[in-house]
Design a protein around this ligand. Structure first.
Ligand code: ZN
Length: 254
């Protein structure tokens, strides 16, 4: 059950805030039917069908060494994401961004559902990249046909030079996208009046840092998760539920 007091307290804090950061993770897209995953590869919890840990199969080094094997798992992720769509919570977040012109979204999800739901790209930080469009690792050409390639033999190859295509997603052992990271740190330096963390354990330091900074500077922090995380006790408000159960109502009070 959603605690109404806490929901209204959160709505009031967001209403009074100017600069807001919404942090989202796999739990948000789980309500769309996507499996929750750790990093990009948590579609799997242990070993892959190939007997490899997913961290190895879905890594930058594997994409170079054995593109067909790596692509087997990129394709699984791709089919899962293309087979589902944004849910009411994604739309409520986009609505909040319309109401609050200085509301940003920092997402770890690569499914592109925030953009699909109408979140403005200029206030969206996709810190683990996105699944589309594919691009050629050899010549850089962009290829918009992710779903078509998933029906064909893998790995997908470039039309122009036959290089291996890949998504602009952060695989294991790869660096975070420089521009996204820069934007995050620029916005963090300006500070946030309120941070709302949704469906994530915030286990990466760059995900938890904005929460810590906001708390230290006296801002409001809240978390929405079905079960408490390591960080829940430090939040001003913890709402123990799924985002889908509360986001529409929360935004309706702002
Ligand atoms: Zn090419």
């Amino acid at each position: 059950m959603v605690d109404r007091e806490l929901l209204l307290q959160t709505a009031a804090a967001l209403r009074h805030a100017r600069r807001i950061l919404i942090i989202t993770g796999a739990g948000l897209s789980a309500d769309s039917g996507l499996p929750t995953y750790r990093g990009v590869g948590g579609l799997y919890n242990a070993k892959t069908a190939d007997g490899l840990p997913i961290e190895m199969a879905l890594s930058g080094p594997m994409l170079r060494r054995d593109p067909a094997l790596c692509w087997k798992y990129i394709a699984e992720l791709g089919r899962a994401c293309l087979g589902a769509q944004p849910n009411a919570a994604h739309y409520a977040i986009a609505q909040l961004q319309r109401l609050k012109p200085e509301c940003w979204v920092l997402t770890q999800n690569v499914d592109g559902y925030h953009r699909a739901a109408g979140s403005p790209p200029e206030r969206l930080i996709e810190i683990h990249g996105q699944l589309a469009p594919l691009f050629c690792q050899s010549c850089g050409a962009v290829d918009p046909e992710l779903s078509e390639h998933l029906q064909r033999p893998l790995p997908p190859l470039c039309k122009h030079c036959h290089g291996v295509l890949r998504p602009p997603v952060v695989l294991f052992e790869e660096m975070l996208p420089e521009r996204a990271l820069e934007t995050l740190y620029e916005e963090m330096a300006k500070g946030f009046d309120a941070v709302l963390s949704i469906g994530t354990t915030a286990s990466f330091p760059y995900i938890h840092e904005p929460v810590l900074r906001t708390r230290v500077s006296g801002g409001f922090t809240a978390e929405i998760n079905p079960t408490p995380t390591d960080h829940s006790a430090g939040m001003d408000v913890f709402l123990g539920c799924r985002a889908l159960e509360v986001m529409e109502e929360l935004v309706s009070h702002i």
